[in-house]
Design a binder for this molecule. Structure first.
Ligand SMILES: [Cu+2]
Length: 149
């Protein structure tokens, strides 16, 4: 029969083993190290429709994403979602061999341009997306971005 001293010792050893296992767990919790999930959005269409395709995007809080933005149209467009931009941590924005790091507020895409935006959503909610070129939102260039728990 084990006395409480032995039981305490056993518990201590177990806790020590748990603690020894911690470095692995801590490394797995570095959210920026996870493989990115790909999603795409088009700003306008090749036949000049003033829409986002798709008009709604959904991301999961805490996951790393690589959002491919492209403009297949003949007009320039804006990806403006300021509240969404404030609700994510940007890992980088990559375009034609250039990486931009830091907070992103708004992205302008000229005809034929494309860019990759890597970010991790941090704050759940539904955010509005709009193209701020005069007349485009009125014509339907609007959408929503959802960050789910
Ligand atoms: Cu537009």
């Amino acid at each position: 029969m084990l006395s409480w001293v032995y039981r305490s010792l056993l518990l201590g050893v177990c806790l020590l083993m748990l603690w020894a296992g911690m470095p692995d767990t801590a490394a797995a919790r570095d959210l920026s190290k996870q493989p990115p999930q790909d999603q795409s959005i088009q700003l306008g269409t090749a036949d000049s429709q003033l829409v986002f395709v798709p008009k709604d995007l959904t991301f999961r809080n805490g996951s790393l994403y690589r959002l491919h933005l492209s403009n297949p149209s003949q007009l320039k467009h804006y990806f403006t979602a300021k509240d969404f931009a404030d609700a994510v941590w940007t890992r980088k924005l990559e375009v034609a061999g250039v990486e931009i790091k830091g907070q992103i507020r708004e992205i302008e895409l000229k005809p034929g341009a494309s860019v990759e935006w890597q970010f991790i959503p941090l704050k759940s909610g539904v955010y509005s997306l709009v193209c701020t070129i005069p007349g485009h939102a009125e014509a339907g260039m609007l959408g929503h971005i959802t960050i789910s728990d």
